[in-house]
Ligand binder design. Structure first.
Ligand SMILES: [Fe+2]
Length: 389
């Protein structure tokens, strides 16, 4: 498709600028997307009068985010967007996922993301996490393996909000932690797909490249003005460990804040329990066990215990075996007892067949959980039961 020459007044956020046509001396270092209204102003201030754009590479969600009143309205009124129902909330989630995809694309083209837009999305998820924790926990369990990077960012943002709120952290701070969580892996755009998607073990050299994503994430955000220190803390320390063996700096426990310790737990939990194109998902209960085994070495012991309490011994999305010889999916937690969540009974172990779905509150039932099961062993598709009421 051919390029178009447009005047600076017609240029929009989301446009892909190929070269500068007319200016009083400003030179474009390389082509890329316009990521924010501030970038437009900067070009105008630099005396740029017209530019060449590639309409085929226009990023529409960036345009919407910057201009469409309904989107900013939606962000200002998240209650209308993220509601108690998973199916409805999923629409907002998918919009946020598209936005994240544009962010990654923008950054990989040398652009600078608009953090105000990212903060609005993060804050909307915080609002929803405080208001509808069950719905948001369900959202993190409904995944598409091809969209791992985006969904991982959203899930870490949501889980960080749930965890921070559980710990009683004040709202103003949760917003910052959620933003850091949303952007923590942005630097992965600099890591080749062959390494990101490699099914087997990475070679030492490949692992070094993979690890560099943290430095890239930090560098990308360092270009932003007024970035809150808590956001940088979460981003730059999410792979550090309390035994000092993390990366990129091998910081010691004393150098790691509570927020850094929190995000490392949340990040690994989500990575373990998500399906990838080359690996199946680990059941949430198993992922929790791995966290507990790594408490004291990788992770802060106290915070892992708190995270288990926050998510439940049988987190939402777990498949459990009941005393009544039936299998059930955990769909909501009960504050009174983490061992007695609300479930949907879906499978009979006696007849080895699926059952008509039955809602059961284990707080009010004589039935109880005997243990966790792996959904793959029984052909149960857990996410199906989380998206319907
Ligand atoms: Fe990471």
């Amino acid at each position: 498709m051919s390029h178009l020459c447009v005047s600076i007044d017609k240029l929009q956020v989301g446009d892909f600028v190929v070269r500068i046509e007319e200016s009083t001396g400003y030179r474009l270092k390389k082509s890329g997307h316009i990521g924010s209204p501030q970038q437009l102003v900067a070009l105008k201030d630099a005396g740029v009068a017209s530019v060449w754009i590639d309409p085929a590479q226009r990023l529409h969600t960036l345009i919407e985010a910057a201009a469409a009143p309904q989107l900013s309205g939606a962000v200002d009124e998240p209650r209308e967007e993220i509601q108690g129902s998973v199916a409805k909330s999923r629409q907002f989630y998918l919009k946020a996922r598209e936005q994240m995809a544009d962010f990654y694309s923008l950054v990989s083209n040398g652009g600078i993301p608009d953090l105000d837009v990212a903060q609005k999305y993060a804050s909307t998820f915080v609002d929803a996490a405080l208001k509808h924790p069950t719905t948001l926990a369900c959202l993190t369990r409904i995944r598409e393996k091809d969209a791992y990077l985006m969904e991982h960012s959203l899930s870490v943002c949501i889980l960080m909000s749930l965890f921070a709120s559980y710990l009683g952290i004040e709202r103003r701070l949760i917003d910052k932690l959620a933003l850091g969580a949303l952007l923590h892996d942005l630097g992965k755009v600099m890591v080749p797909e062959t390494i990101l998607m490699k099914p087997g073990r990475l070679t030492d050299a490949e692992y070094e490249v993979m690890k560099s994503h943290v430095v890239h994430s930090t560098a990308i955000l360092a270009e932003e003005k007024d970035i809150p220190p808590e956001v940088m803390d979460v981003v730059s320390n999410h792979h550090e460990r309390i035994d000092g063996k993390g990366y990129p700096n091998g910081k010691s426990a004393e150098q790691l804040s509570t927020y850094a310790r929190m995000v490392s737990i949340v990040d690994v939990y989500d990575a373990l329990s998500a399906e990838r194109c080359y690996k199946e998902a680990m059941p949430p209960t198993k992922a929790m066990r791995v966290l507990m085994e790594l408490a004291g070495s990788h992770f802060d012991e106290y915070l892992v215990r708190q995270f288990v309490r926050c998510m439940g011994v049988y987190p939402i999305g777990s498949l459990v075996r009941l005393k009544s010889k039936r299998l059930a999916v955990v769909v909501a937690l009960n504050e009174e007892s983490s061992l007695r969540p609300k479930v949907k009974v879906v499978y009979s172990l006696t007849s080895k067949s699926h059952l008509p779905v039955q809602n059961l509150n284990l707080m009010l039932s004589k039935d109880s959980i005997e243990g966790a099961e792996d959904p793959r062993d029984w052909g149960v598709e857990v996410s199906r039961y989380l998206s319907t009421s």
